[in-house]
Design a protein around this ligand. Structure first.
Ligand code: THG
Length: 369
């Protein structure tokens, strides 16, 4: 797939043209692609996701394909989660760390065959990383980017829409499990997955030439439930406690600091990258943790209210990494990456550029909802 693009700088999603015709109003850059971020009605798009069903072009969730006799070995060397019990047809949320135990991606890993894996990566280049590690460890594995583009269907009615398209068997699919299938002549992988806690599926389109047709079929099938275009939703994901790698993490963040400790298996062998460091970090105790924060702000925080210093009793104790207006809570909420000395219930202050200078906030446990 790499070679067929005009440039590596910005690569088009196969849904790009159709999102334009749907009235997309903004994009973000992710994995050298443009990801739609909205269709002009943030509150309407939020409630559609919470109350009915939304469809998202998330082709930016690019795959790194591992194929060959050592594919499973490489998948495990890259992941700090034990994959020995991962079945064919199953996906797992995994942490990829560097040699210092720092989080460098948090993909969903799919095991398609004994020697075939896809890593659905967040926004950092794991294609290079996997190739370098495979070469250094002399592994027999081919690393490539397949022609696979995710389209997400998310919301409480997502299951009805997906069942209308594929049949009632989809209702029995377990979380992160998937099945290779077709919609008419459109080759797909169908997974119960997605970056929201409202329930839903992801359709992994295996032929980018059929993107327009897939979008139209999903849109038609979703009409009875009021489907409409959307995008990964910043308010819902913060309410739900989902991590955004690169947004909520910095170059020193380890998985224990951002609530991924439950996906780290410290009994894995030291050949797993970062394992030695992770054991040490765990033993010494991570310095920071990720908490929620309710801001003393009666309106939506402006977009620049991210990566702002948090103070307690005049000392810097952490950073506010993201903030948003929650329409369900009717509060300005945020994520804090903050010293373990601070806990839920503590009152802190956030350094933002406003007439007030500092704004008050109260720490809380995640998720908010
Ligand atoms: N879908 C697919 N690939 C992806 C994403 C996606 N790759 C990049 C990015 N998003 C990966 N990040 C996440 C982060 C959290 C979750 C999924 C992808 C998630 N977490 C749940 C939680 O934290 O509660 C459940 C985790 C679990 O139970 O194992 O769903 O969206 N294809």
């Amino acid at each position: 797939m790499h070679k067929s693009y005009p440039s590596t700088r910005v690569r088009p999603s196969p849904f790009y043209e159709i999102t334009l015709s749907e009235g997309v109003t903004g994009f973000s850059a992710y994995n050298h692609m443009f990801m739609p971020t909205g269709y002009g009605d943030p509150e309407g798009e939020y409630w559609r996701l919470i109350r009915s069903v939304s469809m998202w072009d998330v082709a930016v969730e690019r795959q790194v394909q591992l194929k060959g006799p050592d594919a499973a070995v490489l998948a495990q060397i890259l992941s700090s989660r034990d994959l020995s019990n991962c079945k064919i047809g199953q996906g797992k949320y995994v942490a990829i760390c560097n040699h210092d135990g720092i989080l460098i991606n948090d993909p969903i890993l799919l095991k398609l065959e004994p020697q075939l894996f896809w890593l659905f990566i967040a926004d950092s280049n794991i294609w290079f990383w996997a190739r370098a590690i495979a070469a250094e460890r002399k592994l027999k594995v081919e690393i490539s980017e397949p022609d696979v583009s995710p389209l997400a269907i998310q919301g409480p009615k997502a299951e009805d829409v997906t069942a209308a398209l594929f049949g009632d068997w989809v209702r029995g699919l377990k979380y992160f499990w998937f099945k290779e299938t077709y919609l008419e002549d459109i080759p797909l992988v169908l997974a119960r997955s997605g970056w929201s806690k409202q329930g839903g599926f992801e359709l992994y389109l295996r032929d980018s030439g059929k993107a327009q047709k897939l979008w139209q079929r999903v849109k038609e099938a979703g009409q009875p439930w009021g489907i409409g275009p959307g995008s990964p939703n910043p308010a819902e994901r913060i309410e739900s406690g989902l991590l955004s790698y690169g947004g909520d993490t910095d170059e020193n963040t380890n998985p224990f600091e951002v609530r991924l400790g439950k996906y780290v298996n410290l009994d894995l062998p030291d050949e797993v990258i970062g394992m030695k460091a992770l054991k040490k970090i765990h033993q010494q105790g991570p310095k920071r943790h990720q908490l929620g924060m309710v801001l003393e702000l009666p309106q939506a925080p402006p977009p620049q209210y991210r990566w702002k210093a948090i103070y307690k009793n005049g000392n810097k104790v952490g950073d506010m990494t993201a903030s948003i207006w929650s329409w369900r809570l009717e509060k300005a909420i945020a994520y804090a990456l903050i010293s373990r000395d601070c806990q839920a219930g503590d009152r802190v202050e956030v350094e933002v550029e406003s007439a007030a200078g500092l704004i008050g906030a109260t720490l809380c446990e995640l998720p908010f909802l």
